[in-house]
Design a protein around this ligand. Structure first.
Ligand code: NFS
Ligand code: SF4
Length: 658
């Protein structure tokens, strides 16, 4: 027993990232505590919580469902408690994305009104494209006037109270989906109204019906999707739509001779300025004895900067504290979301400064710069100064950078993908993809998304599932921390195609490479990095375009999603909209739902009957890949049968709706 305990304490193998393993190995006696250690100390975790049958919604609780007490004090059954907890998680995710989307919208408003002098409209093509999608005419209008109309639509979609339908969402999904959502009464009226209503609906003594609650959760998830779509669209307008870009990833991107700044969080509004200021302040860094300034990204801010600026990826969620333990990070600048409070304690063992920048994300003892859009560049320069000052205090003996990094080809926005497809079929670019599925060359598309979760071996599910799917000719797109795993592991480059892709996928990618050889400086990667987690909206746009080409509702498209190491409430919100919008959604960590077999059944089966999308819980990576493949195969098979019937009987056998 004692030995077992000691072994647990020494478990330094909770990752498959070689850089992480190297740092974990040397932390043995350092006394530094990271998430990997705290996870072990937390064991065993509470079974009631894991099952979702602990209720703390009122302070008569906590009420836990047991054999002896099969209802809470108020009489709530396991199904009510589980469903209510699920809705509250979806709400957590939705509010995070709403906050992000609203921030982007308000920045756009400031740009229109001339109050944010350091920002401009960078991408007028995207501005026109979004305007067209929203039905805003652009004729004879100044760019700012167009942007103003988009801002007005977005702001109304955040705040409308009159019960009318959202404007943004129905414009970016197939009409059959909108009909379905209206029919089931889950089309949100506005983002903030849906959030408020769902909070009220889950108060003590409110909704007890699990189906009604689960469906409310799906409405919340559609509000979440709207917030994400707005965030992506307006960020592209203000900062540029990503195009293929070459960079690198993993701890080896740090360079001892430079001032190193880790940029961490989610919102490009600040980090875009930091990157610009870092370029401008090279001289100051040189004066301090460095060769210059290097920025490297963590989590989705990292993805945003990689996609638009080619800034390298440092690491992903689980290993954020370990980046500090290289001794070479002078400042870690954080904005919002997925920032472990644990980074501060680790930073205190080094010279690293933690700099918070959002009024809603402060960490005791960290530096805080009140970022404000009106004086964006000035604030960004303040942050860089903190980093340069820290650089002067570096302890050379403590610097030890794991020398692992891989080449990355990223930047695949929807626009970039269409451009690549257009080299093969200029009239109907997306047909290149749907044809490849129809001919059997590809078995479908899978979006690999989501977080790291310390319950899993860090990055293992991500890498194994992707390798299995690639071998089986699935076209892979990725976002979030999943995409960062692939970046770190060399799976976002063409070498990975030779190594992992099946023959069909190879042939498909080669055809695209051949057609684009004058246009692309690099061959296409195994996995297409589509951006941050809000950019899952890009990945769903892809499904929507495929559905339009195939003339079917989205649940018929052979397109699945997987969150192999899901962790955050945002991931739960995303998984839920992916289900309502028609995807089979694999999750590699079972969320707190199985405590009610009824609710479990609703999200696994009833959701499918009504919306066409459904969840798959599977923790084993090989099994997960098999289940994702089965879900894709079922859809391609059905499409084939329908198409055969259509030809044989010359009828429109294929119904468009789910
Ligand atoms: Ni998505 Fe991106 Fe990472 Fe998870 Fe966090 S950074 S928003 S939530 S942990 S993928
Ligand atoms: Fe218990 Fe009901 Fe209160 Fe939940 S809402 S804590 S089940 S009494």
């Amino acid at each position: 027993m004692a030995d077992k305990k000691a072994d647990k304490k020494k478990d330094r193998n909770r990752s498959v990232d070689p850089a992480v393993l190297e740092i974990l190995a040397r932390t043995e006696d350092s006394g530094i505590d990271t998430a990997y250690d705290r996870f072990l100390k937390m064991q065993p975790q509470c079974n009631f919580g894991e099952q979702g049958i602990c209720c703390r919604i009122c302070i008569q609780g906590p009420c836990r469902i047991t054999k002896k007490a099969d209802k809470g004090i108020c009489g709530a059954s396991a199904y009510t408690i589980v469903a209510r907890n699920l809705v509250r998680s979806e709400l957590g995710g939705c509010t995070a994305h709403a906050d992000h989307g609203l921030h982007s919208t308000l920045l756009a408003k400031e740009v229109v009104e001339g109050n944010a002098p350091d920002y401009t409209i960078k991408d007028t093509n995207k501005l026109y494209a979004v305007a067209e999608r929203m039905g805003v005419s652009t004729e004879g209008k100044e760019d700012k006037a167009i942007l103003k109309e988009l801002v007005d639509i977005a702001l109304e979609d955040f705040s409308r109270l009159d019960g009318k339908d959202l404007t943004w969402l129905p414009k970016v999904i197939v009409p059959e989906r909108t009909e379905k959502f209206k029919e089931c009464n889950i089309l949100p009226s506005s983002i903030h109204r849906t959030i408020a209503d769902a909070m009220a609906q889950t108060h003590v003594g409110m909704d007890a019906d699990p189906v009604n609650l689960v469906f409310k959760g799906l409405e919340v998830s559609l509000a979440d999707y709207t917030g994400e779509h707005i965030a992506t669209s307006l960020s592209d307008v203000l900062f540029g739509t990503p195009k293929p870009v070459v960079s690198e990833a993993n701890m080896g991107v740090l360079d001892e001779e430079y001032v190193n700044i880790a940029v961490h969080g989610h919102n490009p509004i600040l980090s875009e300025m930091i990157v610009q200021a870092a370029r401008d302040m090279k001289g100051e860094a040189e004066a301090a004895g460095a060769k210059g300034i290097k920025c490297a990204g963590i989590c989705c801010t990292g993805n945003e900067l990689l996609m638009r600026q080619g800034v390298p990826i440092l690491t992903n969620y689980a290993s954020q504290e370990l980046a500090i333990m290289t001794g070479a990070v002078d400042a870690m600048v954080v904005d919002i979301q997925c920032i472990m409070p644990g980074i501060q304690a680790v930073s205190e063992c080094f010279h690293t400064r933690i700099v918070t920048t959002s009024p809603s994300v402060k960490i005791p003892a960290a530096y805080h710069i009140d970022f404000d859009e009106e004086r964006a560049m000035e604030k960004a320069r303040e942050v860089i100064e903190i980093a340069i000052n820290a650089y002067k205090e570096r302890n050379k003996d403590k610097i030890n950078i794991p020398q692992f990094k891989n080449k990355v080809v990223a930047g695949f926005s929807m626009e970039a993908l269409l451009d690549i497809f257009a080299a093969v079929n200029p009239e109907r670019p997306i047909k290149v993809l749907t044809d490849a599925i129809e001919s059997g060359e590809l078995r479908g598309v899978c979006l690999l998304a989501g977080c790291n979760n310390l319950k899993r071996i860090h990055d293992q599910n991500h890498s194994v599932i992707a390798q299995e799917l690639a071998k089986n000719n699935v076209l892979l797109v990725a976002t979030g921390c999943a995409a960062q795993t692939y970046a770190k592991f060399g799976m976002l480059n063409a070498d990975a195609v030779d190594k992992y892709a099946g023959d069909g996928l190879k042939a498909f990618l080669n055809r695209l490479n051949e057609a684009n050889k004058d246009k692309l400086s690099e061959k296409l990667p195994l996995v297409f990095h589509m951006g941050s987690c809000v950019d899952n909206s890009r990945a769903y746009d892809l499904m929507t375009y495929m559905a339009e080409e195939m003339q079917v509702d989205t649940p018929k498209v052979p397109y699945a999603a997987s969150a192999p190491e899901a962790m955050s409430e945002k991931a739960i919100a995303i998984g839920s909209w992916a289900v309502s919008l028609g995807m089979p959604v694999h999750v590699g960590v079972v969320p707190p739902i199985p405590g009610s077999p009824l609710v479990d059944g609703i999200v696994l089966q009833i959701a499918q009957d009504v919306y066409g999308g459904y969840f798959i819980w599977e923790t084993d990576p090989e099994e997960s890949a098999k289940k994702i493949l089965a879900a894709l195969d079922e859809r391609t098979w059905k499409l084939k049968v329908h198409n055969m019937a259509k030809e044989q009987y010359e009828t429109e056998a294929i119904s468009k709706t789910w």
